[in-house]
Design a protein around this ligand. Structure first.
Ligand code: CP
Length: 312
């Protein structure tokens, strides 16, 4: 594997989950694979889990991680071609990506969407510019439209915690105070579509994800109906896709509560706003998998880096 930028890069998710479980059982088994190799982590946006778990994954493989907060600390990067650069950007992605490729054997990038320009966000300008102009493999640490390391993590967590051959998994929209990206919901949907699960999505009217992502996945606009007989409930907020990046008025209460989920396992990628997205009683219960999910971020990242290192 050269790049990991989408759930589509996973050829067989069942094989990948088996491999991820092996990595988790013995995380230092390939300690020499990344010897004398450098992983560059470039953050255009904030992070706790991705930043630390991807570094931990690199260290488990013997790689040296180096991290940069690009937005705060680097020169402003220009991504448009042919621009007269007399504004706020000081260097072009053509030079920036080529230069970083000389320091790093693999580059991981986090760059969120604008949520104001759908076309630009869907073009994945930042991630695809790194793919185009870097000479080393690129890993997405969440881009405008996808969070494939999180999606792989979530698939692993469901596989580990499932008591049934074909569990019912619900992705539920939940409230938030800000307009958030679609990336986590998109990658979770794509991952579930590859799994042997009964998968449905619940969201209010006006919040359907892109049809390109949901395809024939059933979508409920009634949360209670969607939650019936659920084994896993994955909560996430996202802004409207149809009214792109907008927060719409929602009449019903979509906060996840203990009463609503019953015995289902609760999942969320974190960070989560308590008592907005989900009530304390769910997060503090034995049915919450959120800490286990965050732990699995390391092993998902480690599996991806292992596959890239084996192909260098
Ligand atoms: N889930 C996730 O990507 O967390 P961070 O934004 O903290 O990296």
């Amino acid at each position: 594997m050269k790049n990991y930028t989408s759930i589509k890069d996973i050829e067989n998710i069942h094989n990948w989950i088996t491999e991820a479980k092996k990595v988790k059982a013995n995380p230092l088994a390939n300690k020499n694979l990344g010897k004398n190799k450098t992983l560059g982590l470039l953050f255009f946006n904030s992070s706790l889990r991705t930043r630390l778990s991807t570094q931990k994954a690199a260290l488990n493989l013997g790689m040296e991680p180096i991290v940069m907060n690009v937005s705060g600390d680097a020169w402003g990067i220009e991504f448009e071609d042919g621009t007269e650069m007399n504004g706020n950007t000081a260097e072009h992605i053509k030079e920036a990506a080529a230069v970083v490729s000389q320091y790093c054997d693999v580059i991981a990038v986090r760059a969120f969407p604008t949520l104001t320009d759908k076309e630009k966000d869907e073009s994945e300008q930042v991630l695809n510019s790194f793919v185009k102009y870097a000479s080393v493999p690129i890993v997405s640490m969440e881009s405008a439209t996808g969070h494939p390391l999180q999606g792989l993590t979530d698939a692993l967590t469901i596989a580990e915690n499932s008591l049934k051959k074909k569990p019912k998994v619900v992705l539920s929209w939940a409230p938030h105070i800000k307009a958030l990206p679609h990336a986590v919901a998109n990658s979770f949907t794509q991952a579930m579509q590859k799994m042997d699960v009964e998968f449905v999505i619940a969201n209010p009217e006006g919040y359907d994800l892109s049809k390109e992502i949901t395809k024939d996945t059933p979508i409920y606009h009634n949360q209670a109906q969607a939650f019936k007989d659920a084994d896993f409930i994955y909560a996430k907020n996202w802004s409207s896709y149809e009214s792109y990046g907008q927060l719409l008025d929602v009449n019903d209460n979509w906060t996840i509560t203990k009463d609503k989920i019953g015995d289902a396992k609760f999942m969320h990628c974190l960070p989560v706003r308590r008592n907005v997205v989900v009530e304390d009683a769910v997060l503090d219960s034995k049915n919450s998998l959120v800490i286990e999910q965050a732990n699995n971020r390391t092993y998902a990242a480690q599996l991806v880096l292992k596959k890239i290192l084996e192909n260098l």
